[in-house]
Design a binder for this molecule. Structure first.
Ligand code: ISE
Length: 332
């Protein structure tokens, strides 16, 4: 079977990382087309991976030399681009968010369902991280008994100034939304946000850190500390507390303990590419393998939609200080 020919839309940090992976580390794929608003970026990445540049992303989706599409463009472009993939019936891996509004995300879910084949995968890479996979298996196998609580810690060393409290929910907390749904296998029904004292590194009006509290359909509680200007390193930890025990992941599996200069210690991953590099590659390989047979293998349109809806409620919770209910509407 010949290689899957992929159009990569958007080659900022994430898109360029994926394009490199698809043209080197991933089996059975090549990047045939690259599209980006910035022509010089597109040309640079296309030159490196051996693809051609197509300025118009919709033309890229419809090109004869494209079998599947990877969307890593800014979130506002996703609605039109994902719908164009559905129009053409090609598999797509869309980085989060699926879209930037609840209604458009739901419309995509319904459209894909009417087509009858899952074509949309959403880039929640943590589901492919070996530690998250092991934690999920531990829960599913009953190793912790009934899971009662999930405690998440999500810290970034720094972020650009536009990361205000609302953006932190949409761009960072969105991962814990998906992790909670993945680990507990149920929907989130409400969100609450507690805003405390902010780090002096945060712009005026931005609450960083915040504590986000989710409640699931069966009444389980998930807490998430989101703190994106720690000045330290990339730290993502998750603890599940069950009736028969607890388990924690994210304790820096890359830890190499050094005993020098009369001290001991190790290193923490500096950013999400280092922490989740393996997860991204596993995600891409599974998606490519599935896309070559015309489908997907990972979180789908519904997962993308649920995340958009929970984050929307989260933003309302930030702005109002209230506990906000999430209503996903009719199940599929
Ligand atoms: C970023 O977009 C990601 O997806 C990272 O995983 C997350 O840690 C970061 O906070 C987001 O901004």
């Amino acid at each position: 079977m010949s290689d899957l020919r992929i159009a990569v839309l958007g080659v900022g940090m994430m898109g360029a990382f994926h394009a490199d992976a698809l043209s080197s580390r991933i089996r059975g794929s090549r990047v045939s087309v690259v599209s980006d608003f910035f022509a010089d970026k597109a040309a640079e990445v296309a030159g490196r991976v051996g693809g051609r540049v197509e300025t118009d992303p919709i033309a890229a989706i419809n090109a004869d030399d494209v079998d599947a599409v990877l969307i890593a463009s800014p979130g506002q472009a996703h609605d039109e681009q994902v719908n164009a993939c559905l129009d053409r019936g090609v598999p797509v891996l869309c980085e989060k968010p699926l879209t930037t509004a609840v209604a458009s995300a739901r419309a995509i879910v319904d459209r894909e369902a009417a087509l009858g084949t899952p074509l949309i995968q959403v880039g929640f890479m943590r589901r492919f991280d070996p530690e998250y996979v092991a934690l999920k298996k531990l829960i599913t196998d009953g190793g912790l008994g009934n899971p009662l609580l999930v405690h998440c810690t999500h810290r970034n060393p720094d972020v650009p100034p536009h990361f205000n409290s609302e953006f932190m929910i949409r761009d960072s907390v969105v991962h814990e939304v998906d992790v909670a749904r993945f680990l507990l296998d149920e929907e989130i029904v409400s969100v609450q946000v507690i805003r405390g004292v902010a780090t002096s590194a945060a712009p005026a009006g931005t609450s960083d850190p915040m504590i986000v509290v989710f409640e699931t359909a069966s009444g389980r509680i998930v807490t998430d500390e989101i703190y994106v200007r720690t000045g330290v390193a990339y730290e993502v930890r998750t603890e599940v507390v069950g009736e028969r025990g607890s388990a924690t992941i994210g304790l820096d599996q890359n830890l190499v303990v050094k005993t020098t200069d009369g001290r001991w210690g190790g290193s923490i991953t500096p950013g999400f590419v280092e922490r989740f590099g393996i997860a991204y590659d596993i995600e891409l390989q599974r998606w490519v393998d599935a896309a070559r047979t015309g489908t997907i293998d990972g979180p789908g349109a519904w997962d993308g939609y649920a995340a958009v809806a929970v984050c929307e409620a989260g933003v309302e919770a930030v702005l109002t200080g209230q506990k906000v209910a999430v209503d996903l509407g009719a199940p599929l």
